[in-house]
Design a protein around this ligand. Structure first.
Ligand SMILES: NC(=O)c1ccc[n+]([C@@H]2O[C@H](COP(=O)([O-])OP(=O)(O)OC[C@H]3O[C@@H](n4cnc5c(N)ncnc54)[C@H](OP(=O)(O)O)[C@@H]3O)[C@@H](O)[C@H]2O)c1
Length: 271
């Protein structure tokens, strides 16, 4: 896949990604990214826990795909992914940090084990894999990292407090790495989807009420916007007009108003 774009706002770079490692490729946005990248000739390393899903996807793709089964909340299994990113044979030149999950509940009552797992997957794994891939790519002077965050990271999230905070971390880390690694030849792009039709909400045990179906995006729409943003070496991609408007409002409105709106939204949605 040929990607041409502005790097750090200064120099043009044209690059062909040979091989992408995608975490959370067994469903939703990760699977959609895998299908689009493969259709563009990119070989893949598919990472998630459900090996049957990854095997089935690998068998359908247009390009060769390795399956690497790993629970990213488990340090030794995460290390296996790090080793794959560090390998000089069949090197990975695009890392997609997509795996993630949410949980809804009162901060003081929500299952603490589940929250610890969320911090492991949404924060620690992203941090560890960015460092591993960034080191290998900077040494080669080329590569890219696409981090999947959320518009949830731009505003407070009562009763999804930890999830929103994990995504604020991912967005902040990504924007800093975009500036820091860009001059070393590594493009870092962060995509912040809004409501997207995947298994995410079933898994989190929460379906937002009162949000019109047309406001939801498909995983493929998000994947397309993310890859176009990556091709343009953008720091931040917010797919969808309504999501862009929500993010803009959260940035320009007084923060006291943003907090009141967030509290009201949580009440309306019965969170
Ligand atoms: N759907 C939305 O409305 C929405 C909105 C904004 C942002 N996002 C973000 O988009 C990303 C993808 O989510 P999705 O919507 O596509 O949901 P999804 O269909 O539930 O996919 C989540 C993926 O993460 C993987 N995963 C979860 N825990 C894991 C673990 N411990 N180790 C390894 N892989 C793990 C899952 O694979 P296994 O279960 O097979 O391990 C699955 O492939 C997430 O980071 C999410 O926060 C989603």
């Amino acid at each position: 896949m040929t990607l041409t774009g502005r790097l750090s706002g200064r120099r043009l770079q044209s690059q062909r990604w040979e091989r992408a490692l995608i975490t959370g490729a067994s469903s939703g946005i990760g699977e959609a990214l895998a299908r689009r990248l493969s259709a563009n000739g990119v070989e893949l390393v598919l990472v998630a826990r459900r090996q049957d899903r990854l095997d089935a996807l690998a068998a359908e793709l247009d390009t060769p795909a390795e399956v690497l089964t790993a629970d990213l909340a488990d340090r030794s299994q995460l290390d296996a992914v790090v080793q794959r990113l560090e390998a000089s044979e069949s090197p990975v030149d695009l890392l997609v940090n997509n795996a993630g999950f949410g949980a809804v509940g009162d901060f003081l009552e929500i299952d603490s084990q589940a929250e610890a797992g969320m911090l492991g997957v949404n924060v620690s794994a992203v941090h560890t894999l960015c460092r591993a891939a960034g080191t290998s790519m900077a040494a080669r002077g080329s590569g890219a990292i696409l981090n999947v965050s959320s518009i949830a990271g731009f505003a407070p999230n009562p009763r999804s407090a930890t999830y929103g905070a994990t995504k604020a971390f991912v967005t902040s880390l990504s924007e800093s790495l975009h500036l820091e690694l860009g001059p070393q030849g590594v493009v870092v792009t962060c995509v912040c989807p809004g409501l997207t039709k995947t298994e995410f909400h079933d898994q989190a045990g929460y379906l937002p009420d009162g949000v019109p179906v047309r406001s939801w995006q498909t995983a493929d729409q998000v994947a397309q916007a993310a890859l176009e943003g990556l091709a343009a070496a953008k720091a931040l991609v917010v797919p969808g007009g309504q999501n862009k408007a929500a993010v803009l409002a959260s940035k320009v409105a007084p923060q006291s108003l943003v907090r009141r709106a967030a509290a009201r939204l949580a009440t309306i949605n019965g969170k």
